[in-house]
Design a protein around this ligand. Structure first.
Ligand code: TYM
Length: 348
């Protein structure tokens, strides 16, 4: 069977980019493959150990994990068909990461664009950031090592398919390389995982600045649509979204990035192709009318997810039970892989 693994950081409420880039596929991949009929085993992890690579408030983190778990369930992750668990509850994630650390060249990590962006995002040169030893602002070892832990997440379950947004492609490539390197250095233990990226909204852009991706860490809440936003707020955010002065609806990410972002959001919300979305809106000349149409589509799509989320948040006991069961199941599989790994490396 196909072994599906993916993760999400509990660093805030999931937004439309998370949903369209990844979460919608998480639910879909629980069904057998429509073409081949291949069934799958699914592991979905709330990656709290990744979250602490940046400073987190302990109480906020604890609550965010429960909220993200409830959101995943509301988005269609089904505990009968998927193992939903908190990463830190299965100790082998860090054990396997350590073993990978001992074979992964430092240069492979230095090339990661997300690491480079974090260094540059601080408005200093590389050398200065690396020399910054202030306890609160300096970048930490864990952040540099983040992609190795991500490789361990996937490979601990011998994951073959990884549903993610486009921004994770480089990390996925690294996971493949680490799998190959381990197999070559010791014995063949790991498959090389493949990314599953949606055709349309693989990279949802910020509503304010469509040259950057929609992100949980953007200080402006109007840059993103959170899955929990009310219809009024969704309407207001889309109404304010950056577009251009050109009349009519078209898809041209280079010349009309803001418009094109809304077109792909619209297409994804309606489950139609981009061409079809453009055709549907051919008679719309005013951007205001188009924006109304986009926010209506979002509101309709999110409504059932939101009401399910309200129901689940009122039943914390259920959510905790799902996470407990998930951790137990994940651990059994993880322990088996670690036996093989320890033997291969000569630690047992
Ligand atoms: P995270 O928590 O940043 O995001 C979760 C998922 O949402 C996708 N995503 C987007 N997709 C499209 N447009 C956007 N604007 C957008 N923003 C986020 C991400 O691609 C991701 O799929 N490193 C991962 C978490 C992780 C992981 C793993 C993923 C840890 N271990 C193992 C897969 C496998 C991350 O930070 O995701």
């Amino acid at each position: 069977p196909r072994i599906v693994f993916s993760g999400i950081q509990p660093t805030g409420t999931p937004h439309l980019g998370n949903y369209l880039g990844a979460l919608a596929n998480w639910a879909r991949l629980q069904d057998p493959d429509v073409v081949t009929g291949t069934s799958s085993i699914n592991y979905y992890s709330i990656v709290d150990l990744h979250a602490i690579t940046m400073p987190q408030n302990p109480a906020t983190l604890r609550q965010a994990k429960l909220d993200v778990a409830a959101t995943l369930l509301a988005c269609g992750v089904d505990p009968k068909r998927s193992v939903l668990f908190e990463q830190s509850r299965v100790r082998s994630h860090t054990e396997l990461a350590w073993i990978f650390n001992c074979i992964t060249p430092v240069g492979w990590l230095g090339r990661m664009t997300q690491w480079k962006a974090k260094m540059e995002g601080k408005g200093m040169g590389h050398a200065q950031v690396l020399a910054d030893e202030s306890l609160t602002t300096g970048l930490k070892m864990g952040l540099f090592d983040y992609p190795v832990l991500q490789a361990a997440d996937i490979l601990l379950y011998k994951g073959t398919h990884v549903p993610v947004g486009e921004d994770q492609m480089q990390h996925l490539e690294l996971a493949r390389d680490i799998a190959g390197l381990f197999n070559k250095t010791f014995t063949n233990v790991f498959p090389k995982p493949t990314a599953i990226v949606p055709p349309a909204a693989k990279r949802v852009m910020s509503l304010r600045d469509p040259s950057g991706k929609m992100s949980k860490s953007d200080p402006s809440d109007f840059s993103r649509l959170n899955l929990v936003d009310t219809p009024q707020l969704i309407q207001a955010k889309i109404a304010k979204a950056t577009t251009d002065g050109i009349r009519g609806v078209s898809f041209d990410p280079v010349h009309r990035p803001g418009m094109s972002n809304l077109v792909s959001i619209y297409a994804a919300m309606r489950d139609i192709e981009i061409d079809e979305a453009v055709k549907e809106c051919a008679d719309i000349t005013s951007t205001k009318d188009f924006k109304n149409r986009v926010s209506d589509a979002i509101i309709v799509k999110l409504q059932p997810i939101q009401s399910e989320l309200v129901r689940l948040q009122a039943d914390e006991g259920y959510v905790r039970k799902v996470l407990d069961d998930g951790a137990e199941k994940a651990e059994q599989v993880a322990n088996k892989t670690m036996e093989e790994v320890y033997k291969a490396v000569g630690l047992r």
